[in-house]
Design a protein around this ligand. Structure first.
Ligand code: NFS
Length: 630
């Protein structure tokens, strides 16, 4: 096999990597090859929470016999390491969400005058869930109350986060029984850091329970808040056609790429880029217009709401620059490789950092401030236009692209099954009960240069739909499918099993529904809760014929997501080496014990075929337990 095929499973990406190799340009793919993971840290057996160590808990019978200088056992160390990953992932999603809450508040009070409430219906829906009166009140007053209520999720010392009550009753009962309903997001993150510092909590099960509590604060807290506020401010997505892969860049237009996670500035850039004044500015620089594209989760946000094309997910960020066609790339927070700043020097691309939280040496810094959003967006668009003239001929100039259909919010999925007056999840439940749809898989998480990047996503996507499994995808899972041409209704005709195909044809949907960015995994929680409420399947999230898979995960955020699904009752399968693989006890807790208590579990399985078999096995066992048709 050609050695290049080992780097990316995406043909266009592979051609850029080859071009880079020929031009001696290094990417994450070469760095991943050069830097082999430390086998001790990789499996969670290295403790560095104090400076008596780092202690490496290895050797024969390490599980029973190895001790750190303080006496910490391997299960303690592995559990602690995982809980710290959950805390970091939850912090990332929830700090993003905090900024969304503050933007909503500033929009409602008129301080952020460039933002308004776009989706009043969604605002009312959220207000209703929060118990905030909305009828007959000015929209901005309701929005202000909603924002203030969400801020309590970052400050109340006792009680429960607002959205815990959105879970099915039985799911909530399980959480209460095990004491894992979060009080406030920041408190659970702080307590996770406290408990895992030297000399505090040493019981692996007890530690991991707090890990689940912290993860719930992500899924049913930060992530869900972020999804809802983004819908309120910028609109709830509905199906939209767009394009994906590197061919979205245009030779004769200014190419400006939005990369990162927080959608507010990107939304403003989308708005500003269509202003006649800005287009005229681009033309004055010799370009035919302004072409916006996205990367990573910001791409998913603006793709879902505006059909802005995506250049792909995490491992595509360096490759996008290597096309030579990107005039400017704005980044904010999360999943941004610092390598892009150095790489951009070989091209004409300007990297613009925009968050007060994140800078990269040598990048241009234009700090975003929601109070001057439009002005800042204009400054960025102009900078991209100015740089168009510096474009050189260098670059791979790869032009492949695929059509995609995205925009499947949970509200739209409900609506498409019954129309405005009869919107419900009944048809989906019925199709599952009748066996036309065997089950549902959430295909999510990152793409990773440690495996032929995006390849496991593609393999699982085709095999699952062949087996009549409906896929809901988010984040880089969606990007992997989109850049492979899988996010179209035609995919159902060509590859889906007969039952799933029938359902897709009847409703006119693709067999892989793009639900949005990584924070929008919370939409899957909402869908599962609605399915439980609808009746006919399980009356809680646990026991549904559904599985979560993150086959190429790399981020701590993915671990937080996996754990909130497990705590909610979803068996989850992650690819790659297990970060707790050194400890049998921790592995047992996260699979068997969690399954017993919550009907969810978290597995790590590097073999894609075994991942598929495990997912189908969970689905079939759930069907059997529910006495559903084979
Ligand atoms: Ni989520 Fe992975 Fe990052 Fe988005 Fe992509 S890498 S955990 S999908 S961009 S957050």
């Amino acid at each position: 096999m050609d050695k290049h095929i080992m780097k990316s499973a995406n043909e266009a990406a592979e051609r850029i990597i080859e071009w880079g190799e020929a031009h001696k340009i290094e990417t994450c793919f070469e760095r991943a090859e050069k830097l082999k993971p430390c086998p001790i840290g990789e499996k969670g057996a290295c403790c560095k929470v104090c400076h008596m160590g780092p202690c490496r808990l290895v050797g024969k019978n390490a599980e029973e016999e190895a001790r750190g200088v303080c006496g910490a056992t391997l299960p303690t160390v592995a559990a602690r390491n995982l809980v710290r990953m959950i805390a970091a992932g939850t912090a990332a999603h929830s700090d993003h969400a905090r900024d969304m809450v503050l933007t909503l508040l500033a929009a409602a009070t008129g301080e952020a005058k460039d933002f308004q409430i776009t989706d009043v219906r969604k605002l009312y829906r959220v207000a209703g869930i929060l118990g905030i009166e909305f009828e007959g009140r000015p929209v901005n007053d309701v929005a202000k109350d909603v924002a203030l209520r969400f801020l309590e999720d970052y400050s109340r010392q006792k009680g429960e986060i607002n959205y815990a009550k959105r879970a099915p009753k039985k799911t909530q009962e399980r959480w209460r029984k095990w004491g894992i309903v979060p009080r406030n997001i920041d408190r659970e993150i702080a307590e996770a850091m406290h408990r895992t510092s030297v000399g505090v909590d040493h019981d692996p099960d007890h530690l991991l329970l707090h890990g689940l509590k912290t993860a719930i604060a992500d899924g049913w807290g930060g992530s869900m808040i972020s999804t809802d506020i983004t819908d309120i401010l910028f609109g709830t997505p509905r199906p939209v056609k767009a394009e994906a892969s590197f061919g979205i860049f245009k030779e004769d237009e200014v190419n400006l790429v939005v990369h990162g996670h927080e959608p507010s500035l990107a939304e403003m850039i989308v708005d500003v880029a269509s202003e006649p004044e800005m287009i005229a500015y681009a033309k004055s620089k010799g370009a035919k217009g302004i072409n916006l594209g996205g990367m990573c989760c910001t791409a998913n946000e603006v793709l879902m709401r505006h059909g802005i094309p995506t250049a792909g997910g995490f491992t595509n960020q360096e490759l996008g620059i290597m096309t030579g066609l990107v005039d400017a790339l704005t980044v904010d927070v999360q999943c941004i490789m610092p390598a892009i700043a150095e790489l951009s020097k070989k091209f004409h691309t300007k990297i613009i950092t925009t968050s007060e939280k994140a800078k990269i040496p040598s990048a241009v810094h234009i700090e975003y401030d929601e109070h001057r959003a439009r002005e800042i967006a204009r400054e960025i668009v102009k900078l991209a236009c100015d740089n168009y003239q510096n474009r050189k001929t260098e670059g791979s100039h790869i032009t492949d692209k695929f059509p995609v259909v995205a925009g499947f919010s949970h509200e739209y999925i409900e609506y498409m099954q019954g129309g405005r007056w009869r919107a419900s999840f009944r048809p989906l439940n019925d199709a599952i009960m009748a066996g036309r749809i065997r089950g549902v898989v959430g295909l999510a998480g990152c793409d990773n240069p440690r495996v032929p990047s995006t390849g496991i996503h593609k393999y699982l996507a085709t095999e699952l739909i062949k087996n009549d499994v409906l896929i809901v995808s988010t984040g880089c899972g969606s990007a992997a499918c989109g850049t492979a041409g899988y996010l179209t209704p035609e995919m159902a005709l060509e590859h889906a099993g007969p039952g799933l195909r029938e359902v897709c044809e009847a409703i006119g949907i693709p067999p892989i529904l793009h639900l949005g960015a990584c924070v929008d995994n919370s939409r899957i929680l909402t869908i599962l809760s609605a399915m439980a409420e609808e009746g006919g399947l399980s009356d809680e999230i646990g026991g549904m014929p559904g599985v979560g898979i993150a086959p190429e995960w790399m981020s701590e955020k993915a671990i937080a997501i996996g754990c909130y699904f497990a705590a909610s009752g979803v068996p989850v399968i992650f690819g790659g080496e297990s970060p707790v693989g050194s400890s049998e006890e921790v592995t047992r807790i996260m699979t068997e014990v969690w399954y017993e208590r919550f009907k969810g579990a978290m597995h790590f399985e590097p073999d894609p075929e075994k991942m598929l078999a495990l997912a189908l096995d969970y689905i079939d066992k759930a069907r059997e337990a529910l006495k559903l048709k084979k």
